[in-house]
Design a protein around this ligand. Structure first.
Ligand SMILES: [Zn+2]
Length: 493
């Protein structure tokens, strides 16, 4: 039944997608390490795999999609130290922030969202078994994976074990303060001993915490199984994170960890990767103050997931203008198709929209026009998505159909085209809810400042009737105006 081609990092080729077990698709994407606000780079990753899992469901697969939360990690511990609070508090706070951001972006919740801290016992068990099999060793309270014991090491990142071992030997040992604990510098930690006063769980090797790579291997195994269909993440995870996951899981189980490895490219700012460490990031909340979720989605999906996106406010503004065309075209759909339905809360509306998604099998019967135009549109759209999820072409098809809607004079046909437009936009997670009449925060501030400027002009002219009326009306709207020392400020009551 399948016609989908996916680019597999493991083979470096585009391959026909054939799940391991019939119609079931087991999919795991590496989730966030919750130690700070999410930025557009994180949003791109979750958005890409949100669209891919939606498209696999559209294609009739029985998908189980897992995205984890890394809630124990050095970054969280360091952040906790700098804030003077516990690592648990940091993780909890930024887990909530992440959920909020994803919800605002209309990213469907995964079927399971395991947290690393819920799997510590199983991680210890995983480590024990690797030691028993001769793939890991204890060293002063730490446990390391013995990279030389896994002959296929480097197969994902396209590096040879020999080169890595030689490279590791040549590295100055003082660059790695744990070097004297390892057999080979390329060996990586499965278990890290807790230092004085640090977070730690008791283990056969003393108090400590799991290594990041071990977290994902263990959660993949226990939530989905020993071999899954798709393992995904950002391209910076290929080496060493996913390479190490493969080493741990395949050394222990003796079978492939995942059949297909998918990796998305970065968001860049002036050709540099957007990241926390580069300090060139824009938080999702910041962007959502100025742009709708649909705008951010269009912006991200106009580029194929394996290509970098160059971020700028200008390109987001261009996406906003482009989205305006889709919104105008979608407005021709019947109210039931394009709106949320009266009385529904925003949350209910999204749940309903997601539940009403068309499938490959129902697309034709739910196409109210089914003429040459919509047949061609549906084919081009699915051909593009079948070709390694080419959302760039799929979104361009939405614009193509919009242009046809604008010039169509037959009302029924126009309504039908608009219905098809909305159906396919939703496959990409676009709500096409008309937000054009909503005013963003920056604009609101400008308007209030303008009103206060007019009030000051009235006061200068001793027109106190008008200035008092403005103050009262602003108070009715929930804004307190304060005049102090010749300055006027305002705040929300
Ligand atoms: Zn991972």
């Amino acid at each position: 039944m399948t016609t989908i081609q996916v680019h597999n990092t493991l083979t470096g080729k585009k391959e026909l997608f054939v799940p391991v077990n019939g119609n079931r698709v087991l999919m795991y994407a590496c989730g966030p390490t919750v130690y700070d606000m999410s930025h557009l780079g994180h949003a791109r990753m979750t958005l890409v795999y949100d669209v891919i899992q939606r498209y696999l469901r559209f294609s009739g697969y029985d998908v189980t999609y897992v995205r984890n939360i890394t809630d124990v990690d050095d970054k969280i511990i360091n952040r906790a130290k700098s804030l003077g609070i516990s690592p648990e508090q940091v993780a909890r706070e930024y887990t909530y922030t992440f959920w909020h951001d994803m919800h605002c972006l209309n990213i469907q919740p995964p079927d399971f969202e395991p947290k690393a801290t819920e799997f510590i016992e199983l991680m210890i068990q995983f480590t024990k078994e690797l030691i028993e099999k001769g793939h890991a060793y204890e060293s002063r309270g730490d446990v390391y994976f013995d990279v030389a014991s896994f002959k296929e090491y480097g197969k994902l990142g396209k590096k040879t074990l020999e080169d890595l071992l030689v490279g590791a030997r040549e590295q100055v040992k003082s660059q790695d303060d744990l070097a004297d604990r390892k057999r080979n510098q390329v060996d990586f930690a499965l278990w890290k001993s807790a230092r004085e006063g640090e977070l730690g769980w008791s283990s056969p090797w003393g108090a400590g915490r799991p290594g990041w790579h071990l977290e994902c291997s263990t959660m993949t195994k226990h939530v989905l199984g020993e071999t899954i269909d798709i393992h995904a993440g950002g391209e910076d995870l290929v080496f060493p994170h996913h390479e190490n996951e493969i080493a741990q899981s395949e050394a222990l189980h003796g079978k492939p960890m995942a059949k297909y490895w998918l990796h998305n490219s970065f968001v860049q700012v002036n050709s540099e990767k957007m990241s926390k460490s580069e300090g060139n990031f824009t938080t999702i909340q910041n962007l959502l103050g100025r742009f709708s979720a649909d705008t951010i989605r269009i912006f991200a999906l106009q580029t194929h997931y394996r290509h970098p996106i160059e971020f700028s406010m200008e390109s987001l503004t261009a996406a906003k203008t482009a989205l305006g065309r889709l919104l105008r075209a979608a407005a021709y759909a019947t109210p039931a198709e394009q709106s949320n339905g009266a009385g529904a809360t925003a949350g209910e509306a999204v749940l309903k929209q997601n539940a009403q998604q068309i499938t490959r099998a129902t697309a034709e019967s739910l196409d109210p026009v089914n003429d040459d135009l919509t047949k061609q549109f549906r084919k081009t759209f699915t051909d593009a998505m079948d070709n390694d999820f080419n959302t760039a072409i799929a979104t361009s098809q939405l614009f193509f159909l919009s242009d046809k809607i604008f010039v169509e004079t037959d009302e029924n046909r126009r309504r039908g085209y608009a219905t098809v437009l909305v159906q396919y936009a939703r496959l990409l997670g676009l709500t096409l809810s008309d937000t054009r009449k909503q005013v963003d925060d920056a604009t609101t501030k400008q308007i209030v400042d303008l009103v206060l400027e007019l009030r000051n002009i009235a006061r200068t002219k001793k027109d106190y009737e008008t200035s008092d009326l403005i103050r009262k009306r602003l108070a009715d709207a929930g804004l307190n105006v304060m005049d102090t020392g010749g300055n006027t400020t305002w705040e929300q009551a």
